[in-house]
Design a protein around this ligand. Structure first.
Ligand code: NDP
Length: 324
């Protein structure tokens, strides 16, 4: 496993990490979740990603139980939560980024995890109903109390992140260390364009999500819909409609042909493509089966195959490189 600094921060994150969205507490049994975490940990993954909103809070409970049962050295792993969407039950002050919910949400997440502190705590989305200053102060209270070690954002605009950095600087507080954007062959704009100055001037780290664009870039939808996937879970029609667009499947088909020529699988190529970007601190993997995770964990081996020539051929297929 390769370890990367989280932007300019001193903490080292495994280049591949494991997330729990739609899987833990929902699509898979707790036993499979335990197997996934064990495979991940034994292969050098040191970061497990979670959020208060995943499976209404159940995802954190499941992960917490596994961590307790495994009894791994607390210094050997990093665990995150994200605040904004709220766990169950929801309520006007159980969502968003107010000081009340940021602090109470952290306490509730720690309880579900049965942990004393979170390594990473993300603002899961921007909150138009809370001044950024209020959220920055709340995060710093938690930092001072040792309940979180680093805080960051997810899917914030560069302007919003800049505002948080400015507020932090003016008040001698700690600003966001990392952002969690979607990044894959289909969604590239934030990471490859919008955040460039934040990387260059502020050393922002990134923990990127959906490297396979919810599975479409695994190539398994190329010829027919396999049917037994997350896109068929109840209530996820919005994700299915967004993910299974013809243009996206077309991209997957064409890149799969390049993967075949290279002698590697499509998921490995798609994940390695993300890893090749130096502004990616860690690629968060998702998996519903042990075999998927085992395959994805070998994506680092594909990096040496991604020569300038191969990258250009992929680019010719994608036709979506942001203009800078
Ligand atoms: P991916 O885009 O990589 O999708 C993962 C899913 O693709 C798996 O659960 C599985 O689903 C399928 N899959 C994975 N590997 C293979 C394989 N080798 N062959 C075939 N199918 C495969 O990542 P996620 O969307 O899961 O995102 C990763 C993590 O990022 C999440 O767990 C979460 O922690 C984080 N995240 C954060 C968000 C945010 O807003 N901050 C939003 C979304 C995710 P199936 O078997 O059902 O097809």
């Amino acid at each position: 496993m390769e370890y990367r600094r989280l932007g300019k921060a001193g903490v080292q994150v495994s280049a591949l990490s494991l997330g729990s969205w739609l899987t833990f507490g929902k699509q898979i049994s707790d036993e499979v979740a335990g197997d996934l975490m064990t495979i991940a940990y034994e292969n050098g993954i040191n970061f497990f990603d979670n959020a208060e909103g995943y499976a209404g809070g159940k995802s954190e409970e499941v992960m917490g139980k596994i961590l307790k049962a495994k009894n791994w050295d607390r210094e050997s792993y990093l665990v995150s939560s994200k605040v904004f969407f709220g766990a169950e039950p929801k309520g006007p002050n159980r969502v968003g980024l107010s000081r009340k919910h940021v602090i109470e949400g952290c306490h509730a997440a720690l309880k579900r995890f049965q942990l004393d502190y979170l390594d990473f705590y993300f603002c899961h989305r921007p909150d138009v109903n809370t001044p950024i200053e209020e959220t920055v102060w709340a995060m710093n209270t938690l930092l001072q109390q040792g309940k979180i070690l680093y805080w960051g954002t997810s899917e914030w605009s560069a302007v919003e992140i800049m505002e948080a950095i400015k507020v932090a600087k003016e008040n001698h507080l700690i600003g966001p260390t990392m952002e969690q954007p979607q990044y894959n062959m289909i969604e590239r704009n934030k990471l490859e364009k919008e955040y460039l100055l934040l990387f260059r001037d502020y050393g922002l780290g990134t923990t990127i999500w959906s490297p396979l664009h919810s599975g479409v870039l695994s190539g398994k939808y190329n010829n027919a819909d396999p049917g037994d996937t997350r896109l068929h879970l109840e209530g996820l029609d919005w994700l299915k409609n967004r993910t299974l667009a013809e243009t996206k499947i077309e991209i997957s088909k064409k890149v799969t042909a390049i993967a075949q020529e290279l002698g590697v699988s499509m998921p490995k190529l798609a994940i390695a493509w993300c890893l090749r970007n130096p502004n990616v601190s860690t690629v968060i993997l998702g998996a519903s089966k042990a075999e998927q995770l085992k395959e994805n964990l070998t994506a680092l081996d594909v990096l040496p195959l991604l020569t300038e020539d191969v990258m250009k051929r992929i680019e010719d297929v994608l036709q979506n490189k942001p203009f800078i």
